[in-house]
Design a protein around this ligand. Structure first.
Ligand code: HAM
Length: 416
């Protein structure tokens, strides 16, 4: 017996309708915001993530699925969707078209993390990227997309916002952070000692208890913002107010990826345990240039679909029931089963969900099976019925039966 790899999950036949529902709501919301779907490869050149996501992040240093292909190229399974979307934007010259370019994706992503509830090695994201607009109104619009999706799914999730400034004010903040952390250097974990040298902002993102304890007293980045970044953050707050979206400012949010500038945000739930962040995103004005394009501002976010489903389950969010068969055709013997098969084929052609027996069950067992499937009607075809060209249709909810001619099968069941 070969088991499923650690940190991955099957979607079973009885559960796939939940995924389809969430994905259909995500597509519906995307349409309202005029976002167009994109699909980028599951794997990219490793270099894209080294430069895009950042070589001091946990994702790049510890979590990537990287391998050499038969042509000796270094390939990586995408750990997130933004870098691939940015590469696509540059490679296809989309900056030369009408801006902004607004897009969304639903994609698997891969990170070699320690699996736990809500943390997988293969997971799925619904993500949005908006390229070409630099204003805080666009940040608010991205947040509004995520907010609309969560609300449409019946979820109440708290929004935290922050600004991590631009390279200029970040340099000032990094200096302030270094001054603060220098006396604590010995108490920091091994990784944080490297972060201290290479990228002090990452110190605030450490999951180690000892580091977290020191972090609480670290200076706030909001005190280091330059005038333009401060103004951008104020504008964002105005636009969120206009959108009637509640938020809380959390200066500790720095995100786990290096490409962010100015606005960062997370939607965090307290109902699904330690991995409560269902959505994360922000502005990334430097990424397109970093990857070889022109300086094009951008903003986006991604929602973890597994975490979303977990949250919906935990809070009992309403989910439309899976569509059940309208009619189950039960045949008494082989000849009757053949007729049932034929009538099924006819009805499916006009879009009616039908089912029939494939297991040579008795009529009684077929009724039981039809009930289990949740069929609204059971149409019984016995020897007499076959001769007379009719079937006996029983409504499972009322128990009432009527005789319907084979010739009228479409007319009878269409719209039922
Ligand atoms: P992220 O915060 O790394 O951001 O991931 C976004 C969401 O993906 C998380 O909030 C979480 O719901 C889900 N997620 C992340 N890792 C896992 C995991 N191991 N298991 C299950 N779910 C997970 C990004 O990926 C950015 N690309 C978002 C973005 C788009 N920023 C700008 N544009």
């Amino acid at each position: 017996m070969i088991n499923i790899p650690k940190g991955t999950k099957d979607v079973l036949p009885q559960d796939s309708y939940k995924w389809q529902y969430v994905e259909s709501v995500a597509r519906e919301v995307s349409k309202k915001f005029n976002l167009k779907e994109i699909r980028t490869p599951t794997f990219e050149h490793t270099e894209l993530f080294l430069r895009g996501v950042g070589d001091t992040t946990d994702i790049v240093t510890k979590e990537m699925y990287t391998f050499r292909d038969k042509g000796d190229r270094s390939i990586t399974l995408k750990p997130e969707g933004t870098a691939g979307a940015a590469r696509m934007f540059i490679e296809n010259g989309l900056a030369g078209g009408v801006l902004p370019q607004k897009m969304y994706y639903i994609t698997p992503a891969f990170r070699y993390e320690r699996p736990q509830a809500g943390r997988l090695r293969e997971f799925h994201q619904y993500g949005v990227e908006i390229f070409g607009a630099k204003g805080a109104d666009t940040d608010a619009e991205a947040i509004m997309v995520a907010d609309s999706l969560l609300k449409k799914l019946g979820l109440q999730v708290k929004l935290y916002i922050n600004s991590i400034g631009c390279p200029t004010c970040r340099a000032n903040y990094n200096k302030a952070l270094k001054e603060f952390f220098a006396p604590h250097l010995e108490e920091l974990c091994y990784d944080c000692k490297t972060r201290f040298e290479k990228n002090p902002l990452r110190l605030l993102d450490c999951k180690e208890e000892a580091c977290k304890k020191i972090n609480v007293n670290a200076p706030s980045i909001l005190d280091s913002l330059c005038e333009e970044c401060s103004a951008h953050f104020e504008e964002l707050k105005d636009y969120l107010k206009l959108s009637e979206i509640d938020y809380e400012i959390n200066p500790r949010i720095v995100r786990g990826l290096d490409y962010y500038t100015r606005t960062v945000f997370e939607f965090v739930s307290t109902s699904i345990g330690a991995q409560g962040t269902v959505c994360g995103g922000g502005r990334y004005d430097g990424l397109i240039k970093e990857l070889g394009g022109n300086a094009v501002p951008a903003v986006g976010f991604a929602v973890g679909i597994e975490r979303l489903l977990m949250l919906m389950e935990n809070v009992g969010a309403r989910m439309p029931e899976e569509q059940k068969p309208t009619v189950y055709f039960a045949g008494m013997d082989n000849a009757c089963r053949k007729k049932a098969f034929e009538l099924c084929a006819k009805l499916r052609k006009v879009g009616v969900i039908t089912e029939t027996d494939h297991m040579e069950r008795s009529i009684k067992a077929q009724f039981k099976y039809a009930d289990k499937l949740g069929a609204k009607y059971v149409a019984v075809i016995g020897g007499n019925e076959l001769e007379q060209g009719v079937m006996n249709v029983k409504c499972m909810a009322t128990g009432m039966s009527v005789s319907v001619a084979f010739a009228d099968v479409e007319a009878y069941f269409l719209g039922k």
